[in-house]
Design a protein around this ligand. Structure first.
Ligand SMILES: NC(=O)c1ccc[n+]([C@@H]2O[C@H](COP(=O)([O-])OP(=O)(O)OC[C@H]3O[C@@H](n4cnc5c(N)ncnc54)[C@H](O)[C@@H]3O)[C@@H](O)[C@H]2O)c1
Length: 363
């Protein structure tokens, strides 16, 4: 059975869906692996390492002509045209509900496993690409803030004077937010954390940050560990109650998201106006409209003396490790999808396992 690993073509995307280490593991399981030449170059995995791992290297068309195609980002129409009819596509589909792209894929008889659909159950944790990539985003976002902040994060006492620690607030204490808290603490900032799900309070405290406690009259805890959207009244109460805490912050790393909904506005323009000049807001919700309405996706802008960072692909900035984690997620997924046979690996019925069943787009 042939696995294809093409180069990602989305502008700014440096990750690759399989690293040489994972290619070796797949070949050990009896797969034949064809990697597009240069697929791993941007993530610092040279062609020679893939060849040493046993992969074949070829043109884009050869990588697409596979039984199973491994990708990071959502395909475009050209990708779909290049795929082998009847093949299986595995990647992050970045889609909510119905999607015209699925029509084209279905018309070619392709089956699609969306990596973002992996259920949040213990058995699937080692395959959870949203978590592995969010963790990296939380880390990288704090480094971005530190590099753009014209002062120190830690308290500094030197013969040339002393500096107070930065006051950093993390909004949204999910996977990215908790890693942002941990990273900011390591850099020596004073850190506050806030989330609309009450159970996060303990996690915030366990990482050495102070929780921001607000009474907004309702809980934001939703299904499957995710947050639910607040009522309009609770949103207004939340904005008002957060305002004083946020205006005092020097750095805000904001990660509040509800799957497939516009991001909630947590930082109003009035709050940005009140922040000290030179402050930094890193808005990880930029792709979904931002937790601050002044954020511009994929740009760094200055408003009222505050720098707003709106990058939308932090994992790609840590491409080597992000690829390694993502590739490991995929390899762990493939492990539950195949049976061994004398003729090599055989795909199981994807509807029989609750993980692959949940991932199937239009089964
Ligand atoms: N396999 C598993 O069991 C598994 C895997 C991954 C994550 N999880 C859990 O799922 C939960 C969600 O994690 P995530 O990182 O994917 O979340 P996410 O990326 O969907 O959202 C980020 C955070 O924003 C918060 N948020 C949403 N609206 C908000 C608002 N108005 N104000 C403040 N905060 C708001 C959410 O509660 C969440 O913590 C976490 O508890 C995580 O531990 C479980």
């Amino acid at each position: 059975m042939k696995i294809g690993v093409p180069r990602e073509t989305r502008p700014g995307e440096a990750r690759v869906a399989a690293t040489p280490e994972i290619v070796k593991r797949l070949i050990g399981k009896g797969f034949q692996v064809m990697v597009e030449a240069g697929a791993g170059t941007a993530a610092a995995y040279p062609d020679a390492d893939y060849a040493a791992a046993g992969a074949q290297l070829g043109e884009r068309a050869a990588a697409y002509d596979a039984d199973i195609l491994l990708k990071v980002r959502r395909p475009d129409a050209d990708d779909v045209a290049a795929m082998r009819p009847g093949g299986l596509y595995i990647g992050l589909m970045e889609s909510c509900g119905e999607d015209a792209l699925y029509d084209a894929m279905q018309a070619k008889g392709l089956r699609v496993l969306g990596m973002e659909r992996i259920p949040r159950i213990s058995r699937a944790q080692s395959m959870d690409a949203l978590s592995s990539q969010s963790n990296i985003a939380g880390y990288r976002a704090v480094l971005e803030a530190a590099a753009r902040y014209g002062r120190f994060f830690p308290m500094m006492m030197t013969s040339a004077g002393s500096a107070k620690p930065a006051r950093l607030v993390v909004l949204g204490a999910g996977v990215a937010g908790l890693q942002a808290i941990a990273t900011a603490r390591r850099l020596g900032a004073e850190v506050w954390g806030y989330d609309v799900r009450p159970e996060t309070r303990e996690q915030i405290v366990s990482l050495g940050a102070k929780p921001i406690d607000l009474d907004i009259g309702e809980s934001g805890a939703g299904e499957g560990g995710y947050a639910k959207e607040l009522s309009a009244e609770a949103k207004a109460r939340q904005q008002a109650a957060l305002a004083d805490e946020l205006a005092k912050a020097h750095i805000i790393v904001t990660t509040a998201l509800i799957p497939c909904r516009p991001a909630p506005v947590l930082i109003t323009e009035a709050v940005v106006q009140r922040m000290r000049p030179g402050s930094v807001i890193v808005d990880l919700a930029a792709a979904n409209g931002g937790n601050c309405p002044l954020t511009v996706p994929d740009q760094v802008v200055e408003r009222h003396g505050v720098t707003l960072v709106g990058y939308t692909n932090y994992p790609s900035m840590v491409a080597a490790d992000a690829s390694a984690f993502y590739a490991k997620n995929i390899a762990n997924l493939l492990d539950i999808m195949i049976d061994k046979s004398d003729a090599g690996p055989v795909l199981k019925d994807l509807e029989q396992d609750e993980i692959t069943k949940a991932m199937l787009v239009r089964p």
